[in-house]
Design a protein around this ligand. Structure first.
Ligand code: ZN
Length: 464
């Protein structure tokens, strides 16, 4: 399978030749609040903002920058410039402008960051955060996008300068550069048909950052991302309710560049397997034959795979680990039976099937301060915690998730055969009372409860 094809990085070198030459004004006196001017130039490379007729990114009246600096007490402070007036902008080249900013007790020779536009700076900057820390920029705005260049230009435009206050505690002149990379996706299926305009959900996951894009009939899908290198997993759903997946390996997406990326995606089906390297094969045997290490069996496809509000990225389906957690040993659900462990309890079989929060349940149980939850911990730590890129962490499936996986797989007898579940009693992360938690019994295909301190089989799941 072809990896992402990177075609035609966008171009044009920086143009700082025409950097305006105004010297920043010195503050009138040391200490106190001073208003200083600094000259800013926009790097024309990789412009994300509306471009002028010459293809340059330019300043407009009303624009503001945020300045993140350190004061003489060593605190990091955010200041926002006055809005640009027409007179502040270089009349012959609107890539240059002079901003006025008021700083209080700025410290000489310390790190300083400019963020343009100012609206992309974090609302609140913690005084102990370094100015050049990612936390000073609203990167979370990248998490959900719609896939158009126009929307990136209007909502996600970002230019940054990282430098130092001068020895006189004056803001340096600077050229701002775009710290983001922009990927322009086209999606094909295994028959090499271009299906981009049928994609209604595209999740891009580089192992650290996740971007959820909701396009509507787009022939190309633009995604603004932080620079990355290595593996990138993409998951897509289409208007005809198909689910696609692909992990591309060994790519570098650098800041300030636009990449055209064509992804040849694999349509997922129940019974496919995820392998440790992020590849997908038709079955466990097919993966093994290809020399891969299959780790999880796809048992359910659907965007209601995990409905807890904490899960926004992994809403395309569920996969079950191919072996038991905890080295095959049984484990207790909880160390005690006198107190509730989760916020919601489910008693009847009908209720149990509505619990679709295995990730949230497992997060809560693993993080519990006063009880120990061996089964949830074993589920989370399956395969030493290692899981394919593009999938959630391992978790103990809830009652509703077990039910969906069993039903979609064709019944409990089919699933126990495909996933080597034998006649085991497997814990669910669903709680019923202070004493009881839920089990699925694969010998009879039925639900049961057991005392939380009982030791039962732990089988992990992934959402993707
Ligand atoms: Zn507990």
């Amino acid at each position: 399978m072809a990896a992402l094809a990177l075609v035609g990085a966008m171009t044009a070198g920086c143009s700082s030749d025409d950097l305006a030459t105004d010297t920043p004004l010195l503050p009138d006196a040391a200490g106190g609040t001073v208003t200083m001017k600094t000259t800013i130039t926009l790097d024309e490379r990789a412009s994300t903002r509306a471009l002028d007729a010459d293809g340059k990114k330019t300043f407009a009246a009303g624009d503001q920058i945020a300045v993140i600096y350190q004061n003489t007490s060593g605190e990091t402070i955010k200041a926002v410039s006055a809005a640009l007036t027409t007179d502040d902008i270089d009349a012959t080249n609107a890539q240059n402008a002079t901003f006025s900013v008021s700083l209080t007790n700025p410290k000489a020779s310390t790190p300083v960051r400019y963020i343009y536009p100012a609206s992309r700076a974090a609302e609140t900057v913690v005084t102990t955060t370094a100015p050049n820390d990612d936390a000073t920029i609203k990167y979370d705005a990248l998490a959900t996008q719609v896939g158009t260049f126009d929307k990136i230009a209007s909502d996600l435009d970002l230019s940054v300068f990282d430098g130092e206050m001068t020895a006189q505690a004056v803001l340096p002149a600077a050229t701002l550069v775009n710290p983001l990379t922009i990927a322009k996706f086209t999606i094909t299926n295994s028959a090499t048909d271009d299906i981009t305009n049928t994609v209604n959900s595209l999740t891009v996951n580089d192992g650290t950052n996740i971007y959820i894009v909701k396009p509507s009939s787009l022939s190309t899908i633009y995604v603004a991302m932080k620079p990355t290198s290595g593996d990138i997993a993409t998951t897509a759903t289409t208007t005809d309710s198909k689910t696609y997946f692909k992990t591309a390996t060994g790519n570098t997406l650098a800041a300030g560049n636009l990449y055209s990326i064509s992804v040849s995606m694999v349509e997922l089906a129940i019974g496919n397997v995820f392998c440790s390297d992020g590849s997908v094969y038709a079955s466990k045997d097919a993966a093994t034959t290809a020399g891969k290490t299959p780790v999880a069996l796809i048992c359910y496809l659907g965007n209601d795979a995990e409905t807890s509000p904490s899960n926004t990225a992994y809403k395309h389906g569920l996969a079950l680990a191919l072996t038991d957690a905890n080295g095959g040993n049984t484990a207790a659900w909880c160390s005690q039976m006198t107190a509730l462990c989760l916020t919601t309890q489910y008693k009847t079989e009908a209720e149990v099937k509505t619990d679709m929060a295995g990730i949230a349940n497992t997060d809560a149980l693993v993080g519990h301060a006063t009880h120990t939850h061996d089964a949830a911990n074993a589920a989370r730590n399956y395969n030493s915690g290692s899981h394919p890129i593009g999938t959630s962490e391992w978790f103990l499936p809830s009652g509703g998730q077990w039910d969906k996986m069993i039903t979609a797989s064709g019944g409990y007898e089919t699933l126990r055969s495909k996933a080597s579940l034998g006649y085991k009693l497997c814990w669910a992360s669903t709680e019923s009372s202070p004493q009881w938690a839920l089990l699925y019994w694969f010998s009879s295909g039925s639900w049961s409860t057991d005392l939380k301190v009982s030791k039962r089989v732990v089988r992990s799941a992934l959402a993707f």
